[in-house]
Design a protein around this ligand. Structure first.
Ligand code: NAP
Length: 523
């Protein structure tokens, strides 16, 4: 099968054989992707001229209705998507749900949030007085971008990664041009095929290229926005692309992250201790640890380290790893041989500073799969006893089922260690100690996009360390890319330009007619 590209309102094959997509459980070639030879300059122009203009003839409310219809179409094809997740990613049912149902849920959330928006422009905040008598005032507004949203995505969330960006872009009235990561492009391509067939969106509102990015970035303009998710290394190429620099193209980056889970002085037998262990094991094995938000470092008081290690290792030993076609399996493979090799190499690096508590077995045999042709990694828990002097554990993001436990002696040290990730997407804190929760939260505020605090009063009702809620901010500073996504209607700002009008109040009153104040909607 060749994955077709959808650009300029037509399905088109790229030239050549293309790049193979495989089944990571048995190595079978499933499809090929090629974007070679496509006229991407013309395709982007088509998206701007037909897609964005078509969307902007509608109101926010009408576009919210489009999101509901997209969610409906995707829901109708859920079984197909689960099958693709299984074949192209070796996803368990739970892993597929996390991506596919997470995408549909996010679309529905934006469809609901859009019900509160009127008109075609938004105002932002209150009137600003600029003169003594009030005859000269200012009002800030937000107007949708005139260009196209170029969405470049990572391989690990082909569904959620696409729709969590596309939902706020469409609600804003901006056409979407998707470049999924090639190894898992099939799912994104199939979803787009289904939405295109359903005839919901104006021509040019939704396009996709499967395969290499080619000269895509050479044709971006000042009116466009690039929303990128992937490694810090690729992010740096995107940000410094000459066309991006020349035209000051807006770029949002979601990149690597060495997220932490931090336990207070809560001993075994307490709820925080048990909840941390449960979360660590879930984060290591869900999607085989291929999540940007997964727990990579576990920080615990030195005296609890042995008990945390033991409890986590026991829980990991009970997780069957292998072919997800076997319903007992709870942890699948990595996406391909390149990722498997990268994780093996990274573990070798980390072993220079760590000992192995669980996993790391060279003779590891996955359930119902051949270890030679498949892409499995045994969940591996490491321990670093001197994390203040260590460097690699705070620098290498092992993108697989791997995490490192490390001790701290004081609260300040716990904060210092978590901050050594140089900017992270998320940290989670587990404790019933009020002072500890406050100090750590305050200490991490400027280096983490999201901080999740769990104590006995929250218990199992928390939404999860690695789970990104559409109503809450996603993104982190520094190494995590410095981007911001989601956060409810805050996400729409990326797809709008803010401007201020200074003038007589009568004009401002007229301009404010049928607008919604976005600042009042930030719940
Ligand atoms: P990647 O290799 O950096 O690729 C990301 C995307 O960029 C892919 O679509 C890739 O296309 C494309 N790309 C590669 N070179 C490019 C270039 N020169 N110009 C434009 N686009 C280019 O990342 P990945 O391996 O797919 O994903 C894993 C990484 O993503 C991990 O580091 C993970 O932490 C991060 N991630 C972050 C988040 C977040 O929200 N912060 C979420 C998920 C994943 P090809 O596939 O065709 O090369």
């Amino acid at each position: 099968m060749i994955l077709s590209n959808y650009i300029s309102g037509e399905w088109k094959h790229g030239k050549g054989e293309g790049i193979p997509l495989i089944d990571p459980v048995n190595g079978e070639h499933l499809a090929h992707a090629s974007s070679d030879g496509l006229d991407l300059a013309q395709a982007l122009e088509f998206s701007r001229e037909r897609g964005t203009r078509g969307l902007q003839r509608l109101t926010y409310l009408q576009r919210a209705e489009l999101l509901s219809k997209i969610a409906e179409v995707l829901t109708g094809h859920r079984d197909d998507y689960y099958e693709i997740c299984l074949r192209n990613m070796g996803a368990t049912k739970g892993d597929a749900a996390f991506d596919v149902d997470g995408a549909i849920y996010t679309l529905k959330q934006y469809a609901n949030a859009g019900q509160t928006l009127h008109g075609q422009t938004m105002k932002d905040g209150a009137r600003v007085p600029l003169s003594r008598t009030g005859v000269f005032q200012a009002q800030h507004f937000l107007k949708p971008l005139e260009g196209v949203a170029v969405l470049i995505n990572a391989f690990n969330f082909p569904a959620w990664g696409l729709w969590e960006k596309a939902a706020p872009a469409f609600l804003s009235g901006v056409a979407v041009f998707v470049k999924p990561a090639t190894p898992t492009a099939w799912l994104a391509q199939k979803m787009i095929e289904d939405v295109v067939k359903a005839g919901i969106l104006p021509d040019g509102a939704l396009s996709i290229i499967c395969g290499a990015p080619g000269d895509l970035l050479e044709h971006v303009t000042a009116h466009d926005v690039i929303s990128f998710t992937g490694s810090a290394a690729t992010a740096s190429k995107v940000k410094t692309h000459p066309a991006v620099l020349t035209h000051s193209v807006r770029v949002n980056i979601e990149a690597d992250s060495l997220n932490s889970a931090i336990l207070g002085a809560d001993p075994p037998g307490t709820q925080p201790f048990g909840l941390l262990v449960k979360e660590v094991v879930k984060e290591m094995t869900q999607k085989a640890g291929q999540k940007c938000t997964a727990i990579r470092r576990i920080l615990a008081p030195r005296k609890s380290l042995d008990q945390i290690s033991e409890a986590s290792a026991t829980a990991l030993a009970a997780i069957p790893v292998g072919n997800p076609r076997n319903s007992a399996v709870k942890c699948g493979p990595l996406v391909n041989k390149a990722q498997q090799k990268s994780v093996i190499d990274d573990i070798v690096q980390l072993k220079r500073e760590c000992t192995v508590i669980f996993g790391g077995d060279d003779g590891f045999q996955p359930v119902d799969a051949d270890s030679a042709s498949s892409c499995f990694i045994q969940p591996t828990l490491l321990r670093c006893d001197d994390p203040l002097r260590a460097r690699l554990v705070h620098e290498i993001e092992v993108f697989g089922p791997v995490a490192t436990i490390m001790p701290y002696d004081t609260v300040e040290e716990a904060v210092e260690l978590a901050r050594r990730g140089h900017g992270s997407l998320v940290a989670s804190i587990y404790s019933d100690d009020a002072k500890f929760k406050q100090e750590v939260t305050r200490g991490l505020a400027t280096t983490h996009g999201r901080i999740m605090v769990v104590d006995s009063s929250v218990g199992t009702q928390h939404t999860g360390h690695g789970n990104v809620m559409p109503s809450c901010l996603h993104g982190g500073p520094g190494r995590a890319g410095g981007g911001e996504e989601l956060g409810g209607l805050r996400a729409l700002e990326l797809y709008h330009r803010r401007f201020v009008v200074q003038g007589p109040p009568e004009l401002l009153n007229e301009l404010c007619e049928n607008t919604t104040d976005i600042s009042a909607l930030h719940g």
